[in-house]
Design a protein around this ligand. Structure first.
Ligand code: OOG
Ligand code: NI
Length: 472
């Protein structure tokens, strides 16, 4: 008898990283729904809006059904956290790796007056993205941007003392690294332990005076430094019609942000549009709460966000986007807070082509190529030599937009700003420090555009390969 291949392999005991990610994102969503009930309202709103959008646009439904995106829509979320030290960031990298999430992209937010730089942990392979695209926008505080030296040292010292991971979480991470995976019950234990890191703690780790001093340096500094862990500060479902969702928020009792960040409404959505309900004021207890009756505190950090995703742009497309956005925002320093912002955005973006054919032919956006059903039924002779555009014209190949899976620094800064409360706008000597970030992370980040290029290229090679096979 031959050996039984499945019984002996240890890998067979392991659940897939996609499965662990799905369990984790579900658990996180349930936790956040309990912590911030308005987030539950937001999820319901988005489900309603998506149902309306799909009903109104059968072509969209069909396209999303075919590409597998319809199924991922209901589970799709992103979240965000902020950490204080290199060690915290590096350990998060290992924690996310257990769920198949890798650091993608570098975002310098100091340009927008926010003293952090960031990456997004997310799955990077096409199949993994389809299974569950859960992403976590993760920021590292840049203490060097705090001007007051004594305060900076104090913040560093407070951060050094805290432990944001449970001992069991650290053990399970090490075990997954050593064995190459986790079985189902260890995966459940891992999810429960990992969740502890992202939980809200209303007990601050500092006294009221320290909180206030850090808050004065920047509201974000207080948020990162004064608590036991990097509480998840929002979760974001994906909507198919963000304008409708935005309009609906107040009717469901949500205090919506004034404008939608990102590109304007278009026939062919590009990149990412985002809006949120504003962060809620929550009671916190400082360490001197008993001694000092005045120090009953409040902290504003947690909110809910929605996003609409469109096609990923090439380097050329992204340069055009950045240029046009700069034109709109450069006019006055109020940025997206300016009164006629939405109108000007709409006007300026008329310069960005708005049919998929133009976006593709001008090399502005990424597409995934497939044989049409017609071509699959009967692979045509003599098609192998033709170029893809000619094959599309002949109805043999179709091009589907590749969804943008990442974030936008200017939008992210807008989200930060509108949720930190307070009106003050800080100025920092802006400088990207990707290498410093990567050395804290203990790894380099993926270049997001290279990932889209690779997906497009792979689909192109596959289609051309099939046609060449048919011709042989
Ligand atoms: C992150 C803000 C960025 C997004 O969707 O652009 C973000 C934060 O507030 O920590 O989540
Ligand atoms: Ni977000």
């Amino acid at each position: 008898m031959s050996a039984m291949p499945h019984a002996s392999s240890s890998a067979a005991r392991f659940v897939s990283v996609d499965e662990i990610r799905t369990r984790f994102s579900r658990a996180m969503s349930e936790m956040y729904r309990k912590e911030v009930p308005q987030y539950g309202t937001l999820i319901d709103l988005v489900a309603d809006v998506n149902a309306v959008a799909l009903q109104a646009d059968p072509e969209l439904r069909q396209r999303m059904g075919k590409s597998g995106e319809l199924e991922r829509l209901d589970v799709e979320r992103h979240g965000a956290i902020r950490v204080g030290t290199a060690e915290e960031l590096a350990t998060l990298r290992r924690l996310f790796a257990v769920m198949g999430m890798e650091p993608v992209g570098y975002y310098d937010l100091s340009v927008a007056g926010v003293p952090v730089h960031s990456t997004a942990f997310r799955p990077v392979h096409d199949e993994a993205l389809l299974a569950n695209p859960f992403r976590v926008f993760t920021s590292l505080l840049r203490l060097e941007l705090i001007a007051d030296e004594a305060l900076r040292a104090q913040a560093a010292e407070i951060l050094q003392r805290r432990r944001i991971f449970t001992p069991r979480a650290l053990e399970l991470i090490a075990q997954a690294e050593r064995d190459g995976g986790l079985d189902s019950s260890d995966a459940d234990a891992f999810v429960q332990q990992a969740l502890e890191t992202f939980r809200w703690h209303s007990d601050a780790t500092v006294d009221a005076a320290t909180y206030n001093a850090l808050q004065k340096a920047h509201r974000l500094v207080a948020d990162v430094v004064c608590f036991k862990g990097p509480h998840i500060n929002h979760l974001t479902p994906r909507t198919l019609d963000i304008d409708l969702a935005q309009a609906d928020m107040p009717t469901r009792g949500m205090d919506a942000k004034d404008v939608v960040e990102g590109p304007p409404q278009r026939a062919c959505p590009i990149l990412l549009r985002q809006t949120s309900f504003k962060a809620l004021k929550e009671a916190v207890r400082f360490t001197d709460a008993d001694a000092n009756a005045d120090s009953a505190g409040a902290h504003t950090a947690r909110f809910g966000e929605i996003e609409q995703r469109g096609v990923a742009l090439t380097r050329k497309g992204r340069a055009l986007y950045d240029e046009l956005l700069g034109l709109v925002r450069g006019i006055d320093s109020a940025g997206s807070a300016a009164p006629d912002y939405a109108h000007r955005l709409q006007q300026v973006f008329t310069q960005f082509p708005d049919t998929h054919e133009q976006l593709r032919r001008q090399g502005l956006a990424f597409y995934r190529y497939r044989l049409t059903e017609h071509a699959q039924a009967q692979l045509p002779q003599g098609a192998a030599e033709a170029d893809l555009e000619a094959l599309i014209t002949r109805g043999l190949v179709q091009a589907e937009p590749i969804t943008y899976e990442d974030f936008l620094p200017v939008s992210a800064a807008g989200i930060f700003q509108s949720n930190l409360g307070g009106e003050e706008q800080k100025q920092y000597q802006a400088h990207a420090a990707q290498q410093v970030f990567e050395s804290a992370l203990g790894a380099s980040v993926h270049d997001e555009i290279a990932l889209y290029e690779a997906s497009e290229q792979q689909s192109r090679a596959q289609v051309l390969g099939m046609l060449a096979g048919a011709a042989a």
